[in-house]
Write a protein that binds this ligand. Structure first.
Ligand SMILES: Cc1ncc(COP(=O)(O)O)c(C=O)c1O
Length: 477
């Protein structure tokens, strides 16, 4: 988009026709003189889903409105009814194929319905779906052993949960029990979950209900793009020392952060920040908790865990999403010494570590290894980031391209100097890309960041299709 006149014209047109479908708008825009670039095509893929005979999108929407919580929202002006999935592709009710560049919010890591993961789930379900951890079963023990082998140092004891929120709740409780302190430091713009304790650690007003959320201090976000100290990690780290000095007794229970903020808009923490903060927290008697719910399980490509690229070793690591390729599963991994705190009372989780979920999790680890998905995330992710960065030179609306591996963010702004969030344009581009067959995510406090977190089997051809579709759409704005 060049110049504010064009932008005003675009916005006027957009707002006027907001109620029209985006395909109608696309048709209209495709008649813009001088833009005769061919419409990008989805790469070929040798799979057709079985015919769909269920209710239509409209019928499902009606049921959703009547029977499901009004808090549930959908992407897109015309939400799609996703009924099948295969590897990095999703299919709607009409069998139309979409490139899935969101991966069910950074969750589907091996690919949709990966045959090995499906087989592990089906085999285990046929044999035993649920017992209880009060009896022995090999699935939980084998997976715990395999998972522990992926973690550094003394991080060897696993507690399974059903979600990331539960994992973070447990981690915060363990840090408080272990240290005898209440205060936890988390980062502004973080997302750690939405139960009583984790909503306190989450630090974006749009995710925080007006309930008591005590015992968490939110430090300045070491955000290289919008943060007050740019990329100077050490300056942000000083803020944590200030928080401890002036906001606590001088001792804390811990510090919790993502290595790359996901919901917050794919924000990589400024270099040097984590090592400095970990050292500050340790001096204040606290534990360092790495929330790997989004960045873990090879997604960042260069490493298996997001924290590894910062050269730190946490005391507690929490995980979910990618751990099960879509099956409800989360985990907390810590040291034998810290794990002991849970023996002070009874701590139990009915479904956590059930045989089906742990069998799936174990299959996921095997697939990541056998199919070199970490390497693929690195190679394809670097290629995609390079192409997106080139796109930034072409389209003024792209303010920043960031992230690593297959966890990438593209921030849209209407003014690069002022970094004014381009919220409406973000929705427009997303919708147009969907019309072309590309599904991407959205996040960031202002809702103006594309989140690219596809299954890790994403190919260079997929990356080209995504960038070409984005380029095509932006060129018409
Ligand atoms: C970094 C991070 N931590 C925790 C959570 C909470 O996980 P769940 O939705 O499984 O409770 C999320 C969810 O998006 C997340 O992105």
């Amino acid at each position: 988009m060049q110049g504010s006149g064009i932008r005003r014209a675009f916005l006027a047109k957009y707002l006027l026709h907001q109620r029209r479908t985006f395909s109608q708008l696309a048709e209209k825009l495709s008649s813009v003189p001088g833009n005769d670039a061919p419409i990008p095509k989805i790469p070929p893929f040798d799979y057709s889903p079985p015919p769909y005979t269920g209710p239509s999108a409209a019928e499902i929407m009606q049921k959703r409105k009547e029977y499901l919580s009004p808090s549930m929202f959908c992407f897109y002006d015309k939400p799609i009814n996703v009924v099948d999935g295969k590897m990095q592709y999703l299919f709607d009710e009409n069998g139309r194929r979409y490139l899935d560049a969101f991966g069910g919010i950074a969750t589907v890591c091996c690919g949709h319905c990966h045959p090995d993961v499906v087989k592990a789930i089906v085999d285990q379900t046929n044999r035993l779906q649920h017992s209880t951890i009060l009896y022995l079963n090999p699935a939980i023990a084998d997976f715990a052993e395999a998972l522990a082998s992926k973690l550094p140092g003394d991080l060897k004891v696993v507690f399974f949960t059903n979600s990331g929120t539960e994992a973070n709740e447990l981690a915060m409780m363990m840090a408080r029990q272990y240290t005898g302190c209440q205060d936890i430091v988390s980062l502004r713009n973080a997302y750690h979950g939405n139960a009583a304790g984790t909503m306190g650690a989450t630090a974006q007003s749009n995710w925080k209900f007006n309930i008591v959320q005590s015992g968490v201090h939110h430090a300045l976000n070491p955000d290289p793009y919008r943060g007050v100290f740019g990329s100077d990690g050490k300056m942000y780290a000083k803020d944590v020392q200030d928080l401890i000095n002036f906001g606590t007794s001088g001792h804390v229970a811990g510090f919790m952060s993502e290595a790359i903020q996901g919901v917050g808009g794919i924000i990589e923490l400024a270099p040097g920040y984590l090592p400095a903060v970990y050292s500050t927290i340790k001096k204040a008697g606290g534990l360092c908790i790495a929330d790997e719910v989004q960045a873990g399980f090879a997604r960042t490509g260069s490493h298996f865990w997001g924290f590894e690229s910062h050269g730190v070793v946490p005391d507690i690591v929490t995980m979910a999403k990618g751990i099960g390729n879509g099956i409800p599963l989360g985990a907390v991994v810590t040291t034998p010494e810290i794990a002991q705190v849970l023996t002070r009372r009874s701590y139990f989780n009915t479904f956590g570590g059930n045989p089906v979920c742990t069998a799936a999790g174990h299959a996921v680890l095997r697939v990541i290894e056998r199919e070199n998905l970490q390497e693929n995330a690195h190679v394809v992710g670097s290629y995609l980031k390079e192409r997106l960065t080139d796109l930034k030179d072409k389209h003024e609306i792209i303010g920043d391209v960031r992230g690593r591996g297959l966890m990438l963010g593209i921030e849209l702004v209407t003014d690069r100097q002022l970094k004014t969030p381009a919220k409406i344009e973000t929705l427009h581009v997303m919708d147009q890309m969907k019309e072309m067959g590309v599904l991407i995510g959205k996040g960031g406090f202002y809702g103006n960041v594309f989140r690219i977190t596809p299954p890790l089997c994403f190919t260079k051809e997929d990356a080209d299709f995504l960038v070409d579709a984005m380029d095509y759409t932006m060129a018409k704005m």
